[in-house]
Ligand binder design. Structure first.
Ligand SMILES: Cc1cc2nc3c(=O)[nH]c(=O)nc-3n(C[C@H](O)[C@H](O)[C@H](O)COP(=O)(O)O)c2cc1C
Length: 198
């Protein structure tokens, strides 16, 4: 069994991903389901909905993103982002993170607080998923293509996979075997980020 701290350290943004894995896609999904049951949510509202795409569904999703983003991004951004989109298709699959707006509306909160809790619920689901993938020796990255429920930017995704209208897309994690590990990253001093006051 891996130590928690090692899993935390091993989780990095991995963009070069492949299809090798000691786990089947069904085993990966089963692990993600188990993990989601233990993710904290405001008022135990459990508003997050994950959709795992693999095979043809994964390819169709990234082809859609490619087509949309090609027309939306500036040339500079396209040069930067298109390898991410192309690379995502090479992996084992993608976890799409939605928040179910009907479930979000049942939280006994309003306005800014509801929005904050919705985003926090999703962030907890995202990080737990990313760690679970790392624990299974899988790499992934966190992406935010086509987000914007109010503007209808995510509606084509709901239509493509026949998902409920109340599903608001928040993020994506394309994942797979680690073809190229992440480079060292700059880390600011721990004392600056975590203070001890006695
Ligand atoms: C809220 C949030 C948004 C992020 N958005 C993106 C993104 O849109 N595209 C991307 O490639 N990485 C994204 N990342 C990943 C960060 O860039 C990355 O975690 C950070 O640079 C540290 O690198 P590491 O993940 O390898 O530790 C995001 C991370 C967070 C927490």
């Amino acid at each position: 069994m891996k130590k928690f701290i090692d899993v935390v350290k091993n989780r990095r943004s991995i963009y070069a991903i492949g299809k090798e894995s000691e786990y089947s896609i069904e085993q990966i999904v089963e692990r993600l389901r188990e993990v989601q049951n233990h993710v904290p949510t405001a008022f135990n509202s459990q508003t997050s909905r994950l959709v795992v795409l693999s095979g043809e569904a994964n390819e169709k999703f990234w082809e859609l993103i490619y087509t949309v983003q090609k027309d939306v991004l500036s040339q500079d951004m396209w040069d930067y982002m298109s390898p991410v989109i192309v690379g995502a298709k090479e992996g084992l699959g993608t976890v799409l993170f939605f928040e179910d707006r009907e479930a979000v509306a049942t939280m006994p909160t309003q306005g800014q607080r509801t929005e904050a809790y919705k985003q926090n619920n999703s962030a907890n689901a995202q990080y737990a998923t990313w760690l679970a993938l790392a624990e299974m020796n899988l790499g992934g990255s966190l992406q935010h293509f086509n987000i914007g429920y109010e503007q209808g930017f995510d509606s084509a995704v709901r239509e493509m996979f026949d998902l409920p209208n109340s599903f608001e897309m928040i993020a994506q994690i394309p994942f797979g075997s680690i073809v190229q590990p992440a480079a060292e990253k700059e880390v600011i001093a721990g004392e600056e980020k975590v203070r001890l006051i006695k």
